[in-house]
Structures are given as C-alpha cells and as structure tokens.
Design a protein around this ligand. Structure first.
Ligand code: PA5
Length: 423
C-alpha cells in the first residue's frame, strides 16, 4: 500500500482540521457537496460496467492482432491518464519494444507533429481510438479529421472497422459520427469528468491495447477505495489533503510533485491537470508544478533551494526497481570508484534523501509518498489516492472540485478570432 509521510512538512497537528475533514468526507460520500453529480469515480473500482470491461479486453486483443500502430486521439482528461499509465509501466521508450506502437495525437494544434507522425505511420497497419466526451474539442477534432481521411484513403469501407470512439453514451457530435460511420463505441460515463476518467474506457482501452494488465489496475484502485474510505485524520489520503491545505494557509501556494524516476513524468502531468483544474478557481488553489529529479536538480534545483519561499514538495518514492545497474570499477578518472559494488538505485536513493535534507533546511516543506513498485496494482492505488485526496482537498479549500468554468474563457476569445477571420 501507499505510505504517506508528512514528518518533514513542518505540519504537526492535523486535528486542527478534524471537523472540516469530516464535513468534506460526508459531502463526498453522501453526495451532498458541490459537483456531487460528477463523483461516479468514487465507487467505480468496484461497480464499473463489467460487460464493457470484458468487451474492452476482447476488442484490445483484436486491435493488437490487426495493427502495427495504434493512434490515441484526445486531450486533457481524454489523454493524460492513458499516457501517464503507459509510461509508468513501460517507460518513455515503449514503442521500441512493444507492439503495437502507441502514439498520442490531437493533444496540440501543431501541424508539424501531426504531419511528422503521418509520414512515419502511413505505410503501417493502423487502428485509431478517438476519445472525446463532448466530441467537439478543437485539438482532437482537427487531428481526427485528418486521420479519418487517411484511414478512408488507405482502407476504404474497412476503415470503420479500425476506428473506435470513446464518448458520451447518449449524445454529442462524436457519438453521431460514430453511428453514421459504424464505429464501435465505448462510454465516458455521465457522472465522471475528464480528469477523473482514467479508470473508464478512456484509459482502459488504450492501456489494454498497449498490453497493460487492466484487471490489476482496477484491483489496485479497489484496494485503495477500501483503504482510504474511513472518515478521519488517520486516513493517509486525507492526511495528504489536510497537510497541503495547512501549508497553503501558511503561505505555501505552490506544490512541486517531484520524482526520481523518468517513468513518472506523465503521472505528474496527469496530477497537474487533476489538481490544477479541480482547485484553481475563485482566485484560490495551490499551483501544481512538477520536477523530474535528478535531471531538474541541474536546472530548477537552484530556484527550489534559494528562490522565493512559497513552495512545498511532495516526493514520490519507489521502493523496488524492476532492473538495476551495479557500479563496477573503471579507469574513467571520474573519482567515482568509491561507489564500486553499489547500485544505481541506491545512488538515486541517496540523491533523494540528500536533496530532501537540503530542501527542508532551505525552507521547503517536504511530504513523501512511497509506493512499492512500478506495476499496475500500485498505479491503480496511486490514481485513486490522488483523485480522492484532490476531491477532499477541494472541499477543504471551499471550491467545487468537479467543474472547470475557467477553461471556457480562452476558448471564447480564440473562437471569436477564428470566426471573425483574424489573421
Ligand atoms: O478534464 C476535463 O474536463 C478536460 O481536460 C477534458 O477532458 C478535455 O478538455 C477534453 O474534453 P473532451 O473529452 O470533451 O474532448
């Protein structure tokens, strides 16, 4: 199970928020809080649609058999969870040793990256998963138009058997397109918003196609649901929510999620959307930032050590690695022969502890989240831990953690420029 430690956060007494945490717990579990109509993720690990889950596994096998490249078209909550999970389990180089190759597109408006990808894959066998709850989100919609043309040109009438749509059950532009073209569809449930949707078909279909064990992922989330169900300050998930709110009240308005393993880079991207979109409203919230250590110690490390004292760190620590490198004697003249016989995992661990000591001494409070290893079970737990902590934290903060009114503002401005034909 996940271990959460706030020993080096400077926060001693969580009971200050005892009654607030009880109110937040009751609001979430009794579905009386703001945005309660979007809390379907809370019980999802136990009560998910089992027949759709089986259909995802069957469809994923079929897709794996018939394509070299699987394109996942989506953005935000319809993208980051699957990418985070794929990289967490298989790393950033997954396409070098995994079939089918999985590419994420429709998450920017860059014509160059879309063209580059098309040039790479156009002669391969392709399947596509277009994921959009609304069906009208600009980035995936633009990319899908191009990919749909490519598929029709390449496969003719057979194209529709290679395109899978994950969208609203009953309505929306993508559902209509899927029906008109005969695409197989999977559901984004009505009561689950994008950033809480990784354990629905949104995340599960791409992950099953990539060869991940999605049953273990759901089992991990189900264990977390049981583990973090109690109402009280002994619940580690609630401890995390309390500590970050107490740190905010003490003036720490930026949280840096730090990792020492590149496979967590996209988990941090998912986490940033989760917390940023859930809490950043009504001029409130903790700004969610992230760093990949030790890489970023050689860039942002200076700021964290000596810059403005407005941030705290939450470090994700992985106890076991699935492969390691033993340091051997060498004539490299790098002064590192004293490390002979040690492993790189041990060195990474020393870097983590040393950095924590320096940052705490420099005035950066430090939380620690420890997981066993980078497998599907741990990841399911972690996804659930963060989603529940985020919901509780949002309620402690006094916001609706399940809406995102602010993201409409830039879209209006952008659309008025485009409709007006602004150059
Ligand atoms: O969390 C959210 O609501 C957003 O990130 C959406 O998931 C994102 O904008 C994509 O929306 P859609 O699935 O409708 O294309």
């Amino acid at each position: 199970m996940i271990k959460f430690s706030y020993e080096e956060s400077g926060i001693k007494d969580l009971s200050i928020l005892q009654s607030e945490i009880e109110a937040a717990h009751n609001a979430l579990h009794n579905k009386t809080g703001a945005g309660h109509e979007y809390t379907g993720w809370l019980d999802l690990p136990e009560n998910y649609d089992k027949s759709e889950f089986d259909e995802i596994i069957t469809t994923a096998k079929d897709i794996r058999n018939k394509c070299d490249c699987f394109l996942v078209v989506g953005i935000g909550g319809s993208y980051l969870g699957a990418r985070a999970a794929l990289e967490f389990i298989k790393g950033g180089l997954h396409n070098f040793d995994n079939k089918p190759n999985v590419f994420f597109i429709g998450n920017s408006i860059s014509p160059m990256s879309l063209r580059q990808l098309i040039d790479i894959i156009k002669h391969k066998d392709i399947c596509v998963n277009i994921i959009s709850k609304s069906g009208t989100t600009l980035e995936p919609a633009l990319a899908f138009r191009v990919i749909k043309d490519l598929m029709q040109h390449k496969y003719g009438d057979e194209a529709s058997k290679r395109i899978y749509a994950t969208t609203d059950r009953n309505k929306g532009a993508l559902l209509q397109t899927a029906r008109e073209n005969g695409y197989k569809t999977f559901v984004v449930p009505d009561d689950i918003g994008g950033r809480f949707s990784v354990l629905t078909a949104v995340g599960l279909l791409p992950l099953a196609v990539a060869g991940l064990d999605i049953k273990a992922l759901m089992n991990g989330a189900a264990s977390a649901r049981r583990e973090y169900s109690s109402c009280g300050i002994e619940n580690p998930c609630y401890q995390y929510a309390i500590v970050r709110n107490l740190l905010l009240r003490a003036g720490k308005n930026t949280e840096i999620l730090a990792n020492y393993e590149p496979r967590l880079h996209y988990l941090a991207e998912w986490w940033k959307q989760l917390f940023g979109e859930s809490e950043g409203k009504q001029h409130k919230g903790i700004y969610p930032a992230s760093v990949d250590f030790t890489t970023d110690l050689h860039s942002l490390g200076q700021y964290i050590q000596d810059g403005q004292r407005e941030m705290f760190e939450t470090v994700i620590n992985i106890e076991q690695v699935d492969s390691d490198v033993v340091i051997r004697p060498s004539d490299c003249n790098d002064g590192l022969n004293f490390l002979e016989g040690k492993t790189m995992h041990w060195v990474n661990e020393m870097a983590r502890i040393g950095t924590k000591n320096a940052h705490v001494a420099g005035g950066v409070p430090n939380n620690l989240i420890t997981i066993d290893k980078l497998d599907e079970n741990s990841l399911g737990e972690l996804f659930y831990f963060f989603m529940k902590a985020c919901a509780i934290s949002g309620y402690l903060l006094g916001v609706n953690p399940f809406d995102q009114p602010g993201v409409e503002k830039y879209k209006k401005e952008m659309n008025s420029l485009m409709v007006g034909g602004e150059k």
